[in-house]
Design a protein around this ligand. Structure first.
Ligand code: S3P
Length: 167
């Protein structure tokens, strides 16, 4: 079944997803990249020109389309589980892993890439807005089948995810 990596922006979903896919010899899909390809626009442009609601519909649509594949490792966007019933859909249709590094790790990663991320680029109180948004989403993220908490060694994270996939 497909594996869905979920978590906040900067959690490392794409990085870990690619590694996991390589190790398992499975195909990898990054939801944001996939949406950008179909829309012919960057996520930032979609937010700016079409608005967040349109982006969330595109996102929900792409998520459902991932079901056509059976072996995909999917790095979702930070908001994918939180709109249009995304979390319940993933729980029913795949194996869901929440990547949950410490807040300070998220801060330092996001600080470096603020310009590309529509939801953080304009925020004056950067740290507070991240902490608040994560707190709002946490109860949804925590419904995942597996939670990888803390700053664990990458190999250990991959080992535990692979173990959770065994029947
Ligand atoms: C979002 C996270 C982003 C992207 C969009 C909205 C969010 O994905 O989908 O900017 O709502 O948290 P990443 O988590 O891959 O950065």
């Amino acid at each position: 079944m497909n594996v869905y990596l979920i978590g906040f922006m900067g959690a490392g979903k794409s990085y870990l997803g690619k590694k996991l896919a390589q190790e398992l010899g499975r195909p990898f899909a990054d939801m944001d990249t996939w949406i950008e390809k179909t829309a012919g626009q960057t996520i930032k442009e979609i937010f700016e020109q079409q608005g967040e609601d349109t982006f969330r519909k595109l996102e929900a649509d792409h998520l459902r389309k991932s079901k056509k594949h059976k072996q995909l490792i999917v790095a979702t966007g930070g908001g994918t589980p939180c709109f249009h019933g995304g979390m319940d859909w993933m729980l029913q249709n795949g194996h869901v892993v929440f990547i949950d590094p410490p807040l300070d790790t998220l801060f330092s990663r996001l600080e470096k890439e603020r310009g590309h991320r529509p939801l953080v680029s304009g925020e004056l109180d950067f740290r507070r807005s991240i902490a608040e948004r994560l707190a709002e989403r946490r109860s949804i993220y925590e419904k995942a089948h597996l939670i990888m908490r803390g700053d664990n060694d990458e190999q250990e994270v991959l080992r535990l995810i692979k173990k959770s996939l065994q029947p």
